[in-house]
Design a protein around this ligand. Structure first.
Ligand SMILES: NC(=O)c1ccc[n+]([C@@H]2O[C@H](COP(=O)([O-])OP(=O)(O)OC[C@H]3O[C@@H](n4cnc5c(N)ncnc54)[C@H](OP(=O)(O)O)[C@@H]3O)[C@@H](O)[C@H]2O)c1
Length: 222
């Protein structure tokens, strides 16, 4: 990995996946208003990350200062280097039940804040049970569930609390997806949900017990 000499403010890990690419493009737009913030993209393929930055550039945002870092979930040292290189890692690499814990472990060990877009409740519970104390001690935030299926629901609950009288005790929320002309034109002919999201849902539905007892989750890496 070409570790930068200067500490980056944030890095988007998994920057070439479906979610990561959207995050990188949006971050490039936002950061064009904040030239003092140093950020980067990370993943296991430099070529794929360069392609994502090129796409953003073609849409009119300057990505020439964006750092590229190489890291692989299967290589603990690369995750440590990644988390030493930045103040915040935005982890878009999922399914989280499979890949997420090792990124959190590296972030907490290296004193780096961590945000992800998981919607896997069992993953969140596992991370809380294994890393809450260490994260507090290290003074780092580990914030899961910052994606589409979580943030609008939280905002909706707050809206209901603020706009209806009495105590809100229960909310049902639904997310439906439909094949549209746009999705068909973009080549999503075989479904309307990404495979990683589908896999994450299956992990989530399979998980009904204490995550520490769930053998479908990875064992803690020594
Ligand atoms: N909460 C929500 O609303 C919401 C919305 C969208 C997605 N998500 C979640 O976000 C996650 C990603 O979804 P997605 O559709 O973006 O998936 P995706 O397109 O398959 O992207 C996965 C990313 O992870 C990387 N990756 C896989 N294995 C790796 C490894 N060993 N080391 C380093 N990087 C690795 C991939 O890189 P390579 O190209 O090198 O394989 C790719 O960049 C899923 O868990 C999904 O459920 C949540």
């Amino acid at each position: 990995m070409g570790a930068p000499h200067e500490l980056l403010d944030l890095v988007i890990f998994g920057g070439n996946g479906y979610t990561g690419r959207l995050a990188v493009h949006q971050m490039a737009v936002v950061m064009s208003q904040h030239p003092g913030v140093r950020w980067g993209v990370a993943g296991r393929s430099r070529g794929k990350l360069e392609a994502v930055l090129r796409e953003a550039k073609e849409k009119g945002v300057d990505t020439s200062d964006v750092a590229i870092l190489l890291a692989d979930v299967d290589d603990a040292d690369s995750l440590s280097r990644l988390c030493r290189s930045c103040r915040l890692v935005v982890n878009c690499c999922g399914p989280y039940a499979r890949y997420g814990e090792w990124v959190v472990a590296a972030a907490v060990a290296e004193g780096c804040h961590h945000v992800d877009v998981s919607a896997e409740n069992h993953f969140t519970r596992l991370i809380e049970s294994r890393y809450d104390a260490a994260a507090r001690k290290a003074g780092v935030f580990v914030i899961t569930s910052c994606g589409l299926s979580s943030v609008p629901v939280d905002v909706g609950v707050t809206y209901l609390e603020q706009n209806f009288q009495g105590t809100l005790s229960y909310v049902d929320s639904y997310l439906t997806t439909h094949p549209t002309a746009v999705s068909v034109l973009r080549g999503w002919r075989h479904g309307v949900i990404r495979y990683s999201s589908w896999e994450s849902m299956i992990h989530g539905m399979a998980q009904k017990k204490d995550p520490e007892e769930d053998h479908t989750l990875p064992q803690k890496r020594r």
